[in-house]
Design a protein. Structure first.
Length: 150
């Protein structure tokens, strides 16, 4: 297994903060009240996770698009087509309340992991990509489960 470069690892872990914060504020009413009073109600519990999760799925579409630029011909066209799925998923599937949206985001991140693997398998993503993505996806899914389903 190739080591994950320090910058992507640190930035990836830092990107988990809103997911973890949403999970913690879902479990602690006092912390949620404090966060809502200081940051606003949109920035606690499942609400911060749902908004941020939609942003991250859209961001990851851009990452996959970048990987698709390394391909040629039909593989490139397929890569570009697949790369827009996470953003479209976030756009269409995050309504319907926090529980439904959380379940749909969990499905979106699991599906994204499948796309990550596909791009990695075809040599379009760096060798260290899957260890990073598995780690980050596992934490995101756990946090979304806590924030949106408990």
């Amino acid at each position: 297994m190739t080591d994950i470069p320090r910058a992507p690892l640190i930035l990836g872990l830092a990107g988990l903060i809103p997911f973890a914060w949403g999970a913690v504020t879902s479990l602690s009413g006092d912390l949620a009240a404090w966060g809502a009073s200081v940051l606003g109600p949109r920035f606690v519990g499942p609400y911060v996770q749902l908004f941020y999760g939609s942003v991250i799925l859209s961001f990851m579409s851009g990452v996959l698009w970048g990987f698709a630029t390394k391909a040629q011909g039909a593989m490139a066209a397929t890569g570009y087509g697949l790369s827009v799925i996470p953003a479209l998923w976030a756009f269409f599937m995050t309504g319907g309340g926090p529980v439904t949206a959380s379940v749909n985001l969990i499905a979106g991140f699991v599906g994204l992991l499948g796309l990550d693997w596909l791009f990695w398998r075809y040599g379009l993503a760096p060798a260290w990509w899957m260890p990073l993505r598995v780690l980050l996806t596992a934490i995101v899914v756990i946090c979304l489960g806590v924030g949106g389903l408990l």
